[in-house]
Write a protein that binds this ligand. Structure first.
Ligand SMILES: [Zn+2]
Length: 218
């Protein structure tokens, strides 16, 4: 794969973070996750990091101006020169337009946008079925990877935990919010013929195989 700008889109539960990490490793490109950049900028106390921290402490979303600036700084780092996969950016149409200008200015041209398309039923099961061991950190799924004994870790550490974020009602809200937020982005990239759908329903290894073979021959 020649060096290029990749954008990975996918609903909560689609395995976007896992696939982005895998892509970066497989092709030797940078994994650029907005969550990571934000955490790093806050802990390094950079000017944008401090500005982001003020917004978050006030209970606000970090505004586009700050997120865009953080992404611009990150793309300027040497490891991004061999190509990169963006994970968590852009989230809004304004961010997508900014990114277009930035990529053009930096000579990347048009990005390749990969959408992990996953059935809602599977997304729900992946999230609502998740159970975590509070002691060893092992993650189970009551549908796809159940513990041997109902509510206990297989290593007999402790009772498994069902995180508040993974409860049915919260999951429904997160999926609806994602759908509403991402629809304009999907339309934007689709209109410009930059959007490619990848089947996200399978196991992580098979989704990864499909991604890699698509990227070798897009
Ligand atoms: Zn355990």
């Amino acid at each position: 794969m020649r060096a290029r700008a990749l954008i990975l889109l996918g609903a909560p539960g689609a395995g976007k973070g896992t696939q982005a990490r895998g892509l970066a490793q497989h092709f030797g490109i940078a994994h650029i996750s907005t969550g990571d950049i934000l955490r790093h900028a806050v802990s390094a106390r950079t000017p944008l990091g401090l500005a982001a921290q003020r917004e978050m402490e006030a209970g606000h979303l970090v505004p586009d101006r700050i997120v865009n600036g953080l992404v611009r700084e990150r793309l300027a780092q040497p490891d991004a020169a061999r190509g990169f996969v963006l994970d968590g950016f852009p989230r809004t149409l304004a961010q997508a337009r900014y990114l277009d200008r930035l990529l053009r200015a930096q000579g990347w041209g048009r990005p390749l946008v990969l959408n992990l398309r996953t059935d809602e039923d599977i997304l729900r099961k992946r999230m609502t079925g998740r159970r975590t061991c509070p002691v060893c950190g092992e993650i189970y799924n009551i549908y796809f990877n159940p513990p041997q004994n109902d509510a206990m870790c297989d290593r007999e550490c402790a009772k498994l935990i069902h995180r508040a974020d993974d409860h049915e009602e919260v999951v429904g809200q997160r999926l609806a919010a994602y759908e509403a937020q991402t629809k304009p982005l999907i339309e934007y990239y689709s209109r410009r013929k930059l959007l490619h759908h990848i089947d996200g329903n399978g196991k992580p290894e098979s989704v990864a195989r499909e991604l890699y073979s698509f990227l070798r021959d897009p």
